[in-house]
Design a protein around this ligand. Structure first.
Ligand code: HEM
Ligand SMILES: *[C@@H]1O[C@H](CO)[C@@H](O)[C@H](O)[C@H]1NC(C)=O
Length: 537
């Protein structure tokens, strides 16, 4: 779990009582808003299943694999846009790419907000772009976090990304039973370096497990706009020992762990900077602290202060760490499950790279099939099946349906990427589907939406894509991935376990990973040594 995870949970009974206690207020404000909004507009709200008396859709919407249910409701009510409501908070689900592009991209300014997430604030996070509401602070953070990760700027990270890909494959070969450790280490190392200029030295590096506790805390924080505090903000000032304030209590318990996650690497980075004669611009904290100091020296004011730098750096770490790891894990899974795809991708690497050296960035543009393997991985299991919710800034009308101000907007990316009218046989892992018909494919469009939409689209998407491509190329060049061996010593297919609460994640699974040839470990070691001695690749 990480910052991007928005688990939707059924409210425990004790919280339910609390909510019912506060219903008098909620119902009244709901009725007032309802009367006000119906007199304002003639367009009806989008369709959806009926809600329950007073509770609305609170218990109608399931906690598990809700994106599948939304897709079903879309078919049942013959609509690509659905509406739900709980205590006056309206939720709009966009099941089609067409509606998401029209609203979140084309009318993006009106959908650039995020829902209120009081729990998050109560957990004591520094300013975090992911959850900043629309406004000057959001614009400031977006303006600072977007430019360093554009396509023209991420070239400066490629050397480091390739080095981490080499270390990853070394780990896979040396300790195949713990392949997931190598994958996770690689993902942490890349973003830790970019955010703070810090290195993950060995497998015991404290930075690897830094966010363990806070990740769990975010998972338990529930979805934005799902706590009583999001609906009736004043309740956050109630004492947290009240029975229905369980989640507030939780937030406060984890506060110090969470603050440590952001503070420790930032502190270490600041310490390191003191001993350096020249700061490296490529690392986020170095870059921003240099600007901060420069301004301070000139007596200029700093609108992006140290608290902002700390928050933004931790956003890079948390938003980029396990999204990358989870995608590499999916790549391993799909390559294992689809041996023909794996063989074909390996043959491409062997053809482009040859077998006497390891892949470099010059090879990546020529790995056409490997790129489609990655695209198909994005499509099969978008990590955030419902994206990260946006919120509407003002009333709007879409195809005759009313989208009220302040509604929570979920793009159902999973539904878009499993739409049978766009993707034939959508549950089949078939990278060729994107090729033209003449090339043996089906001419289907590359997946859109797994990195989000509009003004909130993932700032790290090109950076992440580079990490994934070089790691994939290196994996294909160095190892074979097969089913784990059963008690009889034979490869044994199985279906791994998944979690579909909020995020779509595959649980850790076993695989048989073997080096593709005997000299590989030596070649990797040699390259790593050469890199240490300053040889640039
Ligand atoms: C495979 C890897 C990744 C995936 C699948 C992914 C996915 C997403 C998604 C779905 C969103 C929400 C977009 C929206 O609201 O419409 C998002 C936002 C964000 N991502 Fe990523 N991401 C990945 C990697 C990264 C990396 C490496 C970084 C670090 C630079 C990053 C930084 C962010 C930030 C800062 C936001 C918040 C943007 C905002 O609210 O304005 N992500 N990402
Ligand atoms: C990185 O993500 C992994 C899960 O992939 C998690 O266990 C770890 O705590 C995270 N580390 C940091 C520093 O965020």
């Amino acid at each position: 779990m990480h910052i991007l995870s928005v688990p939707r949970q059924r409210l425990p009974t004790c919280i339910l009582y609390g909510i019912i206690g506060a219903l008098a207020v909620a119902v009244l404000s709901y009725l007032i808003r309802r009367v006000a909004s119906s007199s304002r507009t003639k367009a009806p709200l989008p369709p959806g299943p009926p809600g329950e008396f007073l509770l609305g859709h609170l218990r109608v919407v399931p906690a598990d694999a809700v994106f599948k249910k939304y897709a079903e409701w879309g078919r049942e009510y013959k609509t690509d846009v659905l509406h739900f409501e709980t205590f006056g908070t309206k939720t709009i689900v966009l099941n089609s790419l067409k509606s998401a592009v029209e609203l979140l991209d084309r009318r993006g300014l009106n959908y650039a907000d995020r829902p209120r997430f009081v729990m998050f604030e109560e957990m004591g996070w520094s300013p975090t772009l992911t959850w900043l509401r629309w406004g000057p602070k959001f614009q400031l953070h977006r303006r600072v976090l977007q430019p360093p990760f554009t396509k023209s700027k991420i070239g400066r990270y490629t050397g480091m990304q390739r080095k981490e890909a080499l270390i990853c494959c070394k780990g896979l070969i040396e300790d195949p039973a713990n392949w997931l450790v190598a994958v996770r280490r690689c993902s942490v190392a890349i973003v830790l370096k970019i955010a703070y200029g810090l290195d993950v030295d060995g497998p015991d590096s404290p930075w690897i497990s830094l966010a363990e506790g806070s990740a769990e805390a975010i998972g338990k924080a529930g979805a934005p706009a799902s706590s009583i505090m999001d609906h009736i903000p004043a309740t956050r000032y109630l004492p947290s020992w009240l029975p229905f304030m369980e989640r507030l209590r939780y937030a406060h318990t984890w506060r110090s762990a969470i603050q440590k996650t952001a503070r420790l690497p930032f502190q270490e980075s600041l310490n390191q900077m003191k001993t350096m004669s020249k700061l490296d611009d490529a690392y986020f904290t170095h870059n921003r602290v240099a600007i901060f100091n420069e301004n301070a020296k000139k007596g200029l004011s700093n609108d992006f202060d140290l608290e902002d730098i700390k928050g933004a750096a931790s956003t890079i770490l948390i938003a980029g760490n396990d999204t990358t790891a989870a995608t590499v894990t999916l790549l391993v899974l799909y390559l294992m499950q689809n041996p023909d795809v794996q063989r074909k991708a390996q043959q491409e690497v062997d053809r482009v790279v040859g077998t006497d050296r390891l892949p470099t960035w010059d090879d990546v543009p020529n790995l056409h099939y490997a790129k489609l393997v990655l695209q198909e991985t994005y499509r099969m299991n978008p990590l955030s099946p419902l994206g990260i919710p946006h919120a509407s800034v003002a009333d709007d009308v879409y195809e005759g349906m009313f989208i009220p101000k302040g509604a929570i907007i979920y793009p159902n990316v999973w539904a878009m990427l499993h739409d049978e009218s766009v993707y034939a046989d959508p549950f089949r892992f078939w990278p060729e589907r994107y090729l033209d018909k003449e090339a043996g494919g089906n001419g289907e469009p590359l997946p859109v939406g797994n990195f989000g939409f509009g003004r909130r689209i993932c700032v790290g998407r090109s950076l992440a894509e580079n990490s994934l491509l070089i790691v994939l190329a290196m994996i294909l060049a160095t190892v074979d991935i097969g089913w784990p061996l059963g008690p009889d010593g034979r490869p044994t297919p199985f279906e791994p376990e998944w979690s579909f609460r909020g995020q779509a994640v595959v649980m850790p699974f076993d695989a048989t990973i073997t080096s593709r040839s005997t000299g590989l470990l030596t070649s990797i070691d040699e390259e790593l040594r050469a890199l240490e001695n300053g040889k640039v690749i």
